[in-house]
Design a protein. Structure first.
Ligand SMILES: [Zn+2]
Length: 686
């Protein structure tokens, strides 16, 4: 079902907000009321003069909170909107093509992964290729393009970069968050109200030096900093000129705030590195709340990821189980799948993903054929019946407990002919058994990568045939043998993005994929492997915290083949508060585009769920959490509110505003969903 035609379209261009109409002061000249949005933004963007004036608005939508007017003299106060989009400024990006963000080579990866996990829209500006200037920071109309800039760069000099344009953007409403940087530039010093002094090492505990929205949880005893007693890392010693210190480590500031105006701030976080933003709940929480403070609000998926797990069962349809001495078993039949997969999943209200291969390497005909017609007694005397397997997988998918995903096409080297092959006729006790032959996206046997064009061909065959055999659009690629190519042009994750996959999971790496960005989710999504004879090593109590993404647990069709109680045993080992999570649901969530836009006199959020990546939501609802900074929340709590979803009125309890976040539940249906809050007309402020 596609509801997009029935739902309101965003009334302004993507990435823009325009609350100006309602934010106008009573004193606003009539002429500007009649001006077009672009004109008003032009007014808003006039450069500041000698003085700055902060004008608070009185209406509901104090999202942008304020305007700092132009010159202190004649220019009338103009109210600025705050776009729900972040600019991530990075010093260096290892991919010259600007596609793949890699945890091993890109220092900024943890922040990119977190923003993606939180569904916060962002652009990346790389100082190694791009020149920062007003063309990035301002829209054509003159309004700001970004609600916040997250600054992760830390070069000894910024050379020709135009940091004055950044100062202009902050005057126009863009907030600034600088993390793990010495900010060696006078303009950055001035914005932060801070000077870099020296490096230092200290094992002192962090303490809250000022009550603030950002430090609220820590002051309340939640997310307390872990002991620093064995952390001798280099830290940055900064000295405030006008900034307030919110968190300190002994005499050293660790988090500072320079409030440039209502709703406009410049924050500095002295985290020892960027990985801790994912790994430490203390730093993660400070970073998240800094973001809410800077943007005014943040909308995140309403999923308790800390207790979610994705099950992946690999190897459905592969040929090797019928002839490899070290990997032999009966491909599970329809009955085995029903009793030992579907039933236990249903009993636990669970879901799993089958990583399927549709290209069966047939050693007799020396061709790739369909697995689902294979019916034979194998080398070890087992009666294999793959038609039954396919039926079982279809039943599980129809029962809603199984997503069908791609494990590649054949699970095998694309070139089975050349030396040291041909593999087709190689002795299965010798060359034919070599594990390198059983990897599809990296030529392990010959120590080479697989060329991009060959990988793409295999991915496309897989997608086509999964559609043909199961009527399903696979959205995840999981390469076999944890083998994949990593160089720029052959990067398997990048190629998977190109053919339309939304998630890539090697055994030890998970990437978010779309056509423009491929992000390593290291430190956000932990992954583990298990098996019927390995469950004792699972040790969930030792898993790292994962508040922003599910755990992915890999095992095989083999485990239910060799141990019919495997699924029950697996559920028994998992902590009782864990629930399974579907791959396609996860992909749908991380591909939902959240935007905010103005429509009349309210805050409107739009959630775009397309028919490809977000197909799951055609028949399922989704839930989101709107985090509000204190000033906005207090403003909302003081108003009589009308809330609507897709144009239909819904309720918001006053008590909801006692908490820091609101839940937004969206109905099933693809296209654009709109959530809107506005002040009731009869109680509106003049
Ligand atoms: Zn496999």
């Amino acid at each position: 079902m596609n509801d997009s035609a029935k739902l309101p379209s965003p009334p302004v261009e993507p990435g823009t907000l325009g609350f100006e109409r309602d934010s106008l002061q009573p004193a606003e000249p009539v002429s500007s009321l009649g001006a077009s949005e672009e004109d008003r933004e032009l007014i808003a963007a006039e450069p500041a003069g000698a003085g700055r004036r902060i004008v608070a608005t009185s209406c509901l939508l104090l999202l942008c909170f304020a305007a700092i007017s132009g010159a202190a003299t004649a220019t009338p106060p103009a109210i600025r909107s705050k776009p729900y989009r972040v600019l991530l400024v990075v010093e260096h990006w290892s991919d010259p093509y600007g596609l793949v963000v890699n945890s091993e080579t890109d220092k900024f990866q943890p922040v990119a992964a977190l923003l993606k996990a939180w569904s916060v829209p962002f652009d990346i500006l790389r100082l190694d290729q791009q020149h920062l200037d007003a063309s990035y920071l301002f829209r054509r109309s003159g309004g700001i393009r970004y609600g916040a800039v997250i600054w992760l760069a830390d070069p000894p000099s910024y050379g020709e970069q135009d940091l004055i344009s950044l100062e202009a953007a902050t005057r126009a409403g863009t907030s600034l968050i600088i993390v793990d940087s010495r900010f060696l530039d006078p303009t950055l010093d001035k914005l932060l109200g801070l000077k870099f002094k020296d490096f230092y090492t200290s094992t002192d505990t962090f303490r809250v030096t000022r009550e603030h929205y950002i430090t609220h949880d820590i002051a309340a005893g939640k997310n307390a900093p872990s002991a620093q007693s064995h952390d001798y890392s280099d830290r940055l010693w900064v000295q405030p000129t006008i900034a307030e210190v919110l968190i300190a480590q002994g005499q050293h500031p660790a988090l500072t705030l320079n409030q440039l105006g209502l709703g406009i701030s410049a924050l500095w976080l002295g985290s020892p590195n960027l990985s801790v933003l994912c790994e430490s709940s203390f730093w993660r929480n400070l970073f998240f709340r800094s973001l809410v403070w800077s943007l005014g609000y943040v909308v995140v998926p309403n999923v308790d990821y800390a207790h979610r797990i994705i099950f992946e069962l690999d190897d459905w349809g592969t040929a090797d189980k019928g002839f490899l001495s070290y990997w032999r078993y009966l491909e599970p039949s329809e009955e085995t799948i029903r009793q030992n997969l579907i039933v236990p999943l249903q009993q636990h209200h669970g879901i799993a993903s089958a990583e399927v291969n549709t290209g069966y390497v047939d050693r007799q005909s020396k061709r790739v054929v369909s697995p689902w017609i294979q019916r034979f007694t194998d080398l070890y005397g087992l009666h294999q019946d793959y038609a039954s397997t396919r039926k079982g997988l279809k039943d599980a998918a129809d029962a809603g407990v199984l997503d069908i995903e791609s494990h590649g096409w054949t699970h095998m080297e694309p070139n089975l002919e050349s030396p040291p092959g041909p593999w087709w006729t190689a002795d299965l006790a010798g060359e034919g058994s070599m594990v390198g032959w059983y990897a599809e996206f990296e030529d392990q046997r010959r120590g080479e990568e697989v060329p991009a064009v060959t990988q793409i061909y295999h991915m496309k065959r897989s997608l086509e045939e999964l559609q043909e055999d199961f009527g399903q659009q696979a959205l995840e690629l999981k390469p076999g043998n944890n083998s994949w190519s990593k160089s720029q042009f052959n990067n398997t994750a990048g190629l998977a993005a190109r053919v339309g996959f939304g998630l890539f999971h090697g055994d030890k790496a998970t990437y978010y994929l779309d056509h423009e960005l491929v992000i390593d989710m290291a430190d956000v999504i932990p992954d583990f492997n298990s098996g019927y004879d390995l469950l004792g090593d699972l040790n969930p109590e030792r898993w790292p915290d994962h508040p922003d993404g599910p755990v992915i647990l890999g095992f095989h069709d083999r485990d239910i083949a060799l141990d019919h109680n495997f699924m029950e045993r697996l559920f028994a080992v998992l902590p009782t508060n864990y629930e399974t999570f579907g791959t396609n649901q996860y992909i749908g969530i991380i591909h939902t585009e959240v935007k905010s836009s103005a429509d009349g006199d309210g805050l409107q959020l739009t959630f775009t769920q397309d028919s490809h990546y977000c197909a799951y939501f055609a028949n399922h609802s989704s839930s989101w959490r709107l985090w509000l900074s204190d000033p906005l929340r207090e403003q909302l709590a003081g108003s009589h509110l009308e809330v609507s979803i897709d144009g239909k009125p819904t309720r918001i309890k006053t008590a909801d505003l006692d908490h820091e976040d609101l839940t937004i539940d969206l109905p099933p249906g693809l296209g654009i969903h709109a959530w809107k809050v506005e002040a009731a007309r009869n109680s509106k402020e003049p």
